[in-house]
Ligand binder design. Structure first.
Ligand code: NAP
Length: 251
């Protein structure tokens, strides 16, 4: 029998463009109810809000992940919107990156990266797990990490640290929430073509492709496939893991 996703409500942070947009599209297509946040509305958010078939299952709210008040307000509003459905899933996807050699990298930029990517994910997980625990049903938390969290990368020290921290959050929270049938996993993508990776020039991208056993960059859809699996009941025994999706570049 095919699993039904109707009434399953999933929150996607940073769901306005890039990887988050691809996740929201796929989740809506599969019948989930989806709450998304970002700091600003995007053409994609407007498109879904105008779509008569989708807008009843879609909720968008401005929220600056990393700002505690904003996060609590967004999760409250999103849980209210979902009503009895509560919250089934959280995808901590919102993230920022900036490159620069650490010796000359402004502290304020490192602090911003840690605040959004790591503190923001902790704030979201805290607010959402509270709702999940009160609901008493199985749940899923998926943290979008990066291979750079375990491998490092020249010029991305703060970003690497934020993603390594996220993987630690995954392991600790998996232990904390396991008894309540809430799984927590990280997905660690290699490079994907989005606005975030647009600073890489063609030569750098060619070099990554040459070093990748599967001979191409991951697409957003490659990551979305794993998200869908982790949300499914087939993944109910899988928790505390960081799963790499990079075409083999880090093997
Ligand atoms: P992107 O295209 O830059 O999109 C980032 C999304 O996050 C946007 O929706 C953005 O909307 C939102 N966002 C940024 N800061 C936010 C904040 N403080 N509060 C709320 N929303 C915020 O990035 P992407 O490539 O899709 O990346 C998505 C995730 O995948 C990130 O966690 C990233 O680290 C990870 N990742 C990306 C790659 C890659 O190659 N692209 C590789 C590995 C991992 P607003 O700007 O309107 O807030």
């Amino acid at each position: 029998m095919q699993e039904t996703q109707a009434h399953k409500h999933v929150i996607v942070t940073g769901g306005s463009r890039g990887l988050g947009e691809a996740m929201v599209r796929s989740l809506l297509e599969k019948g989930y109810r989806v709450s998304a946040c970002s700091r600003s509305r995007s053409p994609f958010v407007e498109e879904v809000e105008k779509d008569a078939n989708l807008r009843c299952r879609f909720f968008w709210h401005a929220c600056s992940v990393g700002e505690s008040e904003d996060v609590q307000q967004f999760v409250r509003a999103s849980a209210e919107w979902a009503g009895e459905d509560g919250i089934y899933g959280l995808i901590n996807n919102a993230g920022v990156a900036k490159a620069g050699i650490l010796a000359t990298f402004p502290d304020v930029e490192s602090e911003r990266i840690i605040q959004v990517n790591l503190i923001g994910a902790i704030q979201m997980a805290r607010a959402v797990s509270g709702v999940m625990l009160r609901g008493g049903k199985p749940g899923r938390i998926i943290n979008i990490s990066s291979i750079i969290g375990s491998r490092g990368y020249n010029g991305l020290a703060a970003y690497s640290a934020s993603k390594a921290g996220m993987d630690g959050l995954t392991r600790a929270l998996a232990r904390e929430l396991g008894r309540r049938a809430i799984t927590v996993n990280s997905i660690a993508p290699g490079y994907i073509r989005t606005e975030m990776s647009s600073t890489l020039d063609d030569q750098q991208l060619d070099q990554i492709v040459r070093r990748t056993p599967l001979g191409r960059l991951a697409s957003a859809e490659d990551i979305v496939g794993l998200v869908n699996f982790l949300l499914s009941s087939e993944a109910s025994m899988l928790t505390g893991q960081t799963i790499t999706v990079d075409g083999g570049v880090s093997c």
